[in-house]
Design a binder for this molecule. Structure first.
Ligand SMILES: *Cc1c(COP(=O)(O)O)cnc(C)c1O
Length: 369
């Protein structure tokens, strides 16, 4: 079985260094926000190209803290997309603000549609670099600046991706990342981070990791806590060194997939399957490689039988889920056609070939059945 993602393979690829880093963190006697965390923050800020990085306990809690720090709450609107992970939207609703859905094009926020969503209540635009691909940040930044709005990047799937040569997470007031085990830069548990050039925001966020306490252990903001463990920070420091290299490997795999899965694969009246992705370049770090299929259930069944992992990101876009179902409409990729196939840097060339063979076979079989 070739899985869709493989955190264990990535651990094994760097096992000695990771084991050593964990042992170092464990014997330091400091387990939360200590030297390893501070070193990771410095290294990751440098990598992304921002002045500051603040490590958090997850991507979702990073966004919640960020929204609270920016005083976004009841009565405010945040323009985002429904075509994303639930973790993009839950914090908006949790702080009492309202998500407004922009349309997507090729899976990413359409700047034109985002601008149409702006009202006098809008406080922020929150694009998502979904599947590892950078949104059109030049255009989104122009729009946010023109309307005096915060630009917050959900870069949870796009560690290292660039738009116009500049890394995502460095374009707006802040970007936030998840380091969940399957992400491109992942720890061995939960983790998150926020990158920003804004010094006041960074120091506010550092206080918010500990209930918002100032140096007198008193606070003027209601928040919980969000802290990264030293063990996870030590693991992230090892993996960060290999991130560019591993992202490059993901692109090589994506190139092979994209040339093997032409747009019109089978049949002349109907396309059975096509890749969601466009050009393969530095704008994309291929967190997922996504195909669309009009015969997805059949294709998925055949692929599973052939030992090829396949999963759906995501079976229900956020506004289709009952907790978030009261907030209007948007257009974009259908959640009933997308499917993700194996994508991780440790895939061997033989495994890549066998994924290609089986996907093409499944597409033909799905067409003729
Ligand atoms: C993973 C993810 C999140 C949430 O991150 P967690 O660390 O799981 O809380 C948010 N947005 C996107 C796009 C994600 O992929």
């Amino acid at each position: 079985m070739i899985p869709v993602s493989n955190p264990r393979a990535n651990y094994l690829a760097h096992k000695d260094e990771i084991d050593e880093a964990i042992a170092r963190a464990v014997s330091s006697g400091r387990y939360i926000v200590g030297e390893e965390t501070e070193a990771f923050e410095e290294e990751y800020a440098e990598f992304i190209g921002t002045q500051h990085c603040v490590a958090m306990s997850s991507g979702t809690s990073a966004l919640e803290m960020l929204l609270r720090a920016l005083e976004i709450g009841p009565g405010d609107e945040v323009v985002t997309v429904s075509h994303t992970a639930t973790g993009t939207v839950a914090p908006i609703v949790m702080v009492g603000a309202k998500p407004v859905w922009a349309d997507t094009s090729g899976g990413l926020m359409s700047p034109q549609s985002a601008e149409k969503c702006i009202t006098p209540r809008t406080k922020a635009i929150l694009p998502v670099h979904l599947y590892g691909e950078a949104c059109n940040m030049t255009r989104l930044k122009e729009i946010a600046d023109f309307h005096g709005l915060y630009l917050i990047e959900d870069a949870c799937q796009a560690h290292g991706a660039r738009h116009n040569g500049r890394r995502v997470g460095s374009w707006g007031i802040a970007g936030f990342f998840s380091h969940y085990p399957t992400k491109n830069l992942a720890c061995l548990g939960d983790g998150g981070s926020i990158t920003t050039d804004n010094k006041m925001l960074a120091s506010k966020l550092r206080e918010m990791r500990f209930y918002g306490w100032d140096k007198h252990k008193s606070t003027d903001i209601v928040c919980g806590q969000s802290r990264l463990s030293e063990i996870q920070a030590a693991v992230l420091r090892v993996k960060l060194k290999y991130l560019d290299e591993e992202n490059a490997r993901r692109r090589i795999i994506a190139k092979r997939y994209s040339s093997a899965f032409p747009k019109a694969l089978v049949g002349d009246r109907e396309q059975v399957m096509w890749p969601l992705h466009g050009q393969v370049d530095e704008t994309n770090v291929f967190h997922q490689y996504v195909l669309e299929s009009t015969r997805r259930p059949r294709m998925m069944k055949l692929l599973k039988e052939a030992g090829i992992g396949v999963s759906i990101h995501y079976p229900h876009w956020v506004r289709q889920q009952s907790a978030y179902g009261n907030y209007g409409h948007s257009r974009g990729v259908s959640s009933s056609t997308v499917m993700s196939i194996p994508m991780y840097p440790e895939l061997t060339n033989r495994q890549i070939s066998s994924v290609i063979d089986e996907v093409n076979k499944a597409a033909s079989a799905a067409w003729y059945s």
